[in-house]
Design a protein around this ligand. Structure first.
Ligand SMILES: [Zn+2]
Length: 117
């Protein structure tokens, strides 16, 4: 499992403009994660999308329009999508990991260990 410096998982700014297809997260360490919304939706970590065990798999084809976005505690973001789905809690650590995945290979959609969320 990847371990991160706390600076790498502390956001300073989240940009998810209405109509945009990507969400950007700026981190304290100066990095910006560019997260395609379709990637975020496909990797929704909730039990409804992923079941209760196994790796986190990319689930393609669901609505990826963000209609609401809120911070959960001080550790995660919760997105609500255009089809009303909104039960996924994305920890900052998980968002950072998804940003790396998006940057590494735009086409690859590997399974992610559940511990990464
Ligand atoms: Zn879900």
């Amino acid at each position: 499992m990847t371990t991160y410096d706390p600076k790498a998982t502390t956001p300073t700014m989240v940009r998810a403009p209405v109509g945009a297809t990507v969400t950007e997260v700026d981190w304290v360490d100066g990095h910006t994660s560019v997260l395609p919304n379709a990637l975020l939706r496909g990797y929704c970590p909730c039990a409804g999308c992923q079941g209760h065990s196994g790796e986190i798999k990319f689930v393609p084809g669901n609505n990826a329009e963000i209609t609401a976005l809120e911070e959960v505690g001080a550790y995660a973001l919760q997105f609500t999508w255009g089809d009303g789905h909104g039960s996924g809690i994305y920890s900052f650590r998980y968002l950072r990991r998804l940003g790396e995945l998006a940057a590494e290979d735009a086409a690859a959609r590997p399974a992610i260990p559940r511990g990464a969320t």
